[in-house]
Design a protein around this ligand. Structure first.
Ligand code: PLP
Length: 535
């Protein structure tokens, strides 16, 4: 993606907030705070462009907690020495999402299939980085938290593997060194993610030095295995690199990953013995699309089995072996993981209609036993005064921390050091205020408003030139970008996309819980006044 630096339009002037070696005068401070308040709450009134819920009230119950430093440093399941933590609350929030995403509850005597996760300090970016870091280390054969050796030495691989004809004849029970000689790619994961993935995924690959299929292909000068039939309809060649490889896994027009291309690319690298790291999307950033994780996994599993990657024995330390997957499937559910479970329920209760009679709800969670980790933002669907999010996985996929710091009095199993302890209260407030059925009713309300918005915009686009589109069950509607003043007034997010080889400048709006029919109508009126519909 080319980065163009635009001059940003700001209304608040830096000088208002200038600080120096003198204490600020009372008058200057009051003016600064008053302008700040006016600006921020003014913009909030017309906020329409990002997947952020502005309908929040944490002031009523939690204003006191701005005067205490809450810190959940370390593992959420051990309280630790830093006593001003909210880990008891955090654990209940995690339990809620474990259940919502069909993960296994934690037993009093911990089982390896039990859930494990934590509330991140950043947004979903941290949860994605942690998921991909865990996937990388797991596939590179690093030490897991649960010592597989202690759990009885696995003498035999599971039946699923025994039944499978391994095309690559790994000497599964030989030592790590020997295995390495036979297949140098065995501990070199290759990552796959679609062209609609969030930029945090691209960043994670770079930060974590994970080889993407495109980098590996370019390094090794491989010929791309995709033929015309493997590309989605209307795929633009601008998304190919100079060696004719797609830069990222091609997506369908609706923003979901194109499964035939994904499967073919995976087979290419699996046949060379590489473990496979996939980042699926559940609610893509721009188009709000949901990858059909279940269908993709069903088509990928036979390939993994064929090449001995479904389960394999790893020597994770000198003379110590365990059996683990040769793949890691992470689901970036920044937005969708929070509300799609309720859409699924609304469909079951016939509160919303299936988009067509063949529609199958795209299952993404731990009902798919091959899913390793899920990430979600807290400030998007739920709404939070600051970025927050959740990382969710299982005990058996936890990596052993690199150090065991006595200093914090609990295991250092999370990504950062200090963790935001206030975010747990934010999640808890949201969840404790609503019954399951109320969540269902809320998603139905939002779905209806999104459809209303789409229908209204579409009806005004008489010349059909404004590219107004909505992906099934997406909270976003995309369109040709309007004039700059409206982009600013409604905080619209813009994106440049190629469609049929032509570059287009899009903007989108997001229908979140604070958005009302009145706000939509006033946005459409502003578009009309600006001559938008006259093309
Ligand atoms: C699909 C997706 N993944 C990840 C992110 C990053 O999330 P955050 O901004 O919470 O770090 C976003 C943010 O828009 C997103 O849309």
């Amino acid at each position: 993606m080319d980065i163009k630096l635009k001059k940003s339009k700001t209304v608040l002037k830096d000088e208002l907030f200038s600080i120096d070696n003198k204490k600020m005068s009372k008058a200057k401070k009051e003016k600064a705070l008053s302008e700040l308040h006016g600006y921020e709450f003014g913009q909030k009134k017309t906020f329409l462009g990002y997947q952020i819920n502005e309908k929040i009230d944490y002031k009523t119950n939690y204003s006191d907690y701005l005067n205490i430093s809450l810190n959940n440093v370390g593992d959420p399941f051990t309280d630790g020495n830093l006593t001003t933590n909210t880990k008891a609350v955090e654990r209940e929030v995690l339990k809620y999402y474990a259940k919502l995403w069909n993960n296994k509850t934690r037993e009093p005597e911990l089982q390896k299939d039990d859930f494990w996760g934590y509330i991140v300090s950043m947004g979903c970016t941290e949860a994605n980085i942690f998921g991909l870091l865990s996937g990388r280390d797991y596939l590179e054969g690093k030490y897991l938290l649960i010592d597989g050796e202690k759990e009885k030495r696995a003498k035999k691989l599971s039946k699923s593997v025994q039944d499978t004809e391994c095309l690559i004849n790994y000497n599964l029970l030989s030592s790590y060194g020997k295995i390495k000689d036979k297949n140098k790619n065995r501990l070199h994961p290759i990552a796959f993610y679609s062209q609609d993935s969030h930029y945090s995924i691209v960043k994670a690959m770079e930060v974590l030095k994970i080889s993407t299929f495109n980098h590996e292909a370019s390094d090794k000068k491989y010929t791309c295995p995709l033929n015309e039939k493997n590309y989605p309809k209307n795929f633009s060649k601008e998304y190919l690199d100079k060696n004719k490889w797609p830069k990222e896994v091609p997506s369908n027009q609706d923003g979901s990953v194109h499964i035939p291309a994904l499967v073919k690319l995976i087979e290419f690298f699996a046949s060379k013995g590489h473990p496979i790291l996939i980042c699926f999307n559940y609610g893509t950033t721009f188009k709000g699309a949901y990858d059909d994780v279940k269908s993709a996994v069903e088509q990928i599993v036979p390939i993994l089995k064929k090449y001995g990657l479904y389960e394999r024995e790893i020597e994770y330390a000198e003379g110590k072996f365990d059996i683990r997957n040769g793949f890691w499937f992470h689901v970036d559910g920044a937005l969708g993981a929070a509300y799609m479970p309720f859409i699924e329920e609304a469909l079951k209760q016939n509160l919303i209609e299936k988009p067509n009679k063949n529609y199958q709800f795209p299952v993404f969670d731990f009902r798919i036993k091959e899913v390793h980790s899920i990430s979600m933002s807290g400030h998007k669907w739920i709404g939070s005064p600051w970025p927050s999010g959740i990382y969710m996985s299982k005990v058996k996929y936890q990596l052993k921390p690199v150090d065991d710091p006595m200093y914090i009095g609990c295991p250092d199993t999370t990504f950062a050091g200090s963790r935001n302890g206030f975010s747990a209260l934010v999640f808890w407030e949201y969840l404790s205020n609503r019954s399951y059925q109320e969540h269902v009713e809320q998603v139905v309300k939002i779905e209806n408003l999104a459809q209303y918005t789409y229908d209204k915009l579409k009806s005004l686009d008489r010349k059909d030139k404004l590219w107004i589109q909505r992906t099934t069950f997406a909270l976003t509607i995309r369109m040709k970008n309007p004039i700059t003043n409206l982009v600013f007034k409604y905080s619209l997010s813009e994106e440049e996309l190629y469609v049929n080889g032509k570059k287009r400048q899009y903007a989108h709006i997001y229908i979140m819980s604070h958005v009302t029919k009145e706000l939509i109508d006033s946005f459409i009126n502003d578009l009309k006044k600006s001559g938008y519909f006259e093309g």
